[in-house]
Write a protein that binds this ligand. Structure first.
Ligand code: NAD
Length: 296
């Protein structure tokens, strides 16, 4: 059992906080949204009214915030985590943020005498609620060793991806591949249909042939073959276009900084940007299928 301060009780954080309580930890929870805090306290966390109150006696701080700006503010702003958490405590940021922001956070944490891991997740709200997320963590061996048992309380697959920021690097490279493979899968089903194959027949063939991928077998963008996929509920997310776009922006920024050419990643970003500009940011990212069919 550890004393944990949890900050950011949104779609993902609410379930993660509840999982830590279930795992037997003493969790103090804070969010700017008071309703989210009282929902967390209904699930066994202690309600905190400030960051300071949530982290004052914490051995571990876990955060799940929208983006790098909020992460740097929560950790290093006035009244933030670094100013209030006990020296030597461990910071575990699970938000998806830029690699550069994560590396800056690690450096500032170290200067403040705190251990840190960046530990973004794969898996959506359902996995957060079930405690079955995949975590990819960056940080020193010592920090990861302390973080791992905490992450186990919220996830199923836990990876140490290397040093500071490497968790974020793994996350955005993975999600760039997901964005590209989803668009490719949509185009393949669209072409097959135009050439006279129905979705079920093409799925039966391609799902055991060389075109097989997660976007097809777990999240098929054509209605029918995978009953749980958002295609069967008119592309209600799931994982929204706006969230995929965020991750592709992070990938493009990191690629530019690293001098890595990612032509398909940039093209995927333009396709999702176009959907977002046309007002479809809330559509599931497999909704590219609907757009190809001219149904948006
Ligand atoms: P969300 O917007 O639902 O939750 C963010 C929470 O942070 C909100 O409750 C908000 O009030 C709180 N917050 C913002 N600024 C704060 C501050 N200064 N102090 C305290 N609380 C503050 O977002 P989410 O969907 O839970 O996503 C969180 C992170 O997880 C993001 O980085 C996202 O990219 C990543 N992620 C999301 C999913 C998903 O399916 N939703 C999947 C994987 C990763």
């Amino acid at each position: 059992m550890k004393r944990i301060g949890f900050i950011g009780l949104g779609n993902m954080g609410a379930g993660m906080c509840a999982s830590l309580v279930k795992a037997g930890h003493a969790v103090a929870a804070f969010d700017l949204n008071a309703e989210a805090v009282s929902a967390a306290s209904g699930k066994g966390a202690r309600a905190a009214t400030t960051i300071a109150e949530a982290v004052r006696d914490a051995e571990v701080v876990v955060s799940m915030l929208p983006a790098g700006k909020q992460v740097l503010e929560v950790y290093f702003g006035a009244g933030g985590v670094a100013a209030n958490a006990p020296r030597g405590s461990l910071l575990v940021d699970c938000s998806t943020i830029a690699v550069t922001d994560a590396r800056q956070a690690h450096a500032r944490a170290e200067a403040a005498g705190l251990l840190m891991v960046d530990a973004p997740v794969s898996g959506g709200v359902a996995a957060a609620e079930a405690g079955t997320l995949t975590f990819m963590a960056g940080g020193t061996e010592a920090a990861f060793g302390k973080a791992e048992p905490i992450l186990r309380g919220m996830g199923k697959n836990i990876f140490h991806a290397g040093g500071a920021g490497n968790g974020q690097a793994a996350k955005i490279a993975n999600n760039m591949l997901l964005g590209i493979s989803m668009i490719g899968t949509c185009e393949a089903f669209y072409l097959a249909e135009k050439l006279g194959l129905d979705a079920e027949t093409f799925f039966r063939i391609s799902s055991v042939s060389s075109g097989q991928c997660w976007s097809m077998t777990s999240y098929c963008p054509a209605p029918g073959p995978v009953p749980a996929s958002p295609a069967n509920r008119d592309y209600k997310p799931g994982f929204a276009v706006a969230m995929m776009l965020k991750d592709l922006h992070l990938a493009a920024g990191a690629a530019t900084a690293a001098g890595a050419g990612i032509r398909l990643g940039e093209m995927a970003g333009r396709i999702y940007q176009d959907l977002s500009d046309r007002g479809f940011g809330g559509l599931d990212f497999s909704g590219v299928m609907k757009d190809l069919k001219g149904a948006l």
